[in-house]
Design a protein around this ligand. Sequence first.
Ligand SMILES: CC(C)(COP(=O)(O)OP(=O)(O)OC[C@H]1O[C@@H](n2cnc3c(N)ncnc32)[C@H](O)[C@@H]1OP(=O)(O)O)[C@@H](O)C(=O)NCCC(=O)NCCS
Length: 172
Amino acid sequence: MTTEAGRLTVRLMEAQDVVLLAREVRLGRDHIEARWIERQQGLRTIFVAELGGRFAGSVSFDERPELPRLLHLFALAVAPALHNRGIGSALIAHVEEEARRRGLDGVCLGVADGNAPARRLYERLGYRREGDSYVSRWLWRGLSGAQREVVETVYRMFKRFQDDGGGPSQVN
Ligand SMILES: CC(C)(COP(=O)(O)OP(=O)(O)OC[C@H]1O[C@@H](n2cnc3c(N)ncnc32)[C@H](O)[C@@H]1OP(=O)(O)O)[C@@H](O)C(=O)NCCC(=O)NCCS
């Protein structure tokens, strides 16, 4: 995919990214700090994308016993001003690279029924729905400190590498 490839960098999140990330993806600082604490506890790994030196987005991933031989991708978010430039696709490609590097069979993620842009993106990248919907509840914390519980109907989508030839995924 053509994107602003030369200017996009994807790297592991570092402690000093917390403030920037909160501002750019419009989540409260404590929300991002909670993610960073989980990172330090080894509960998730976080990639961040920078475009021309500006913070552009992030994605988390982990391995879960209920999803054997798969990398679980979650908390994908791109700064709103930078949507539709291939940054989300590049972050997903990096998680797929990591799954291949670990010798896993593919990547799994959950997408909300109502999130058409994300669903379309995943489908275009080769993810397919498997299984029934389920209800997911999580606490959203905004920049102003406001909190609300988000209740979403979610289903899982999978990309298994044997389905796409097993070659290296494109990294923008
Ligand atoms: C979902 C999300 C991460 C996608 O990020 P993104 O950076 O906009 O994703 P991309 O740019 O790679 O792809 C989005 C669309 O732009 C298109 N696109 C990519 N590069 C492009 C370019 N250079 N020029 C024009 N269009 C482009 C893609 O083809 C894709 O189109 P499609 O929706 O028809 O498939 C982003 O919308 C977001 O942060 N949403 C809020 C949080 C969220 O919903 N996260 C997912 C939870 S499951």
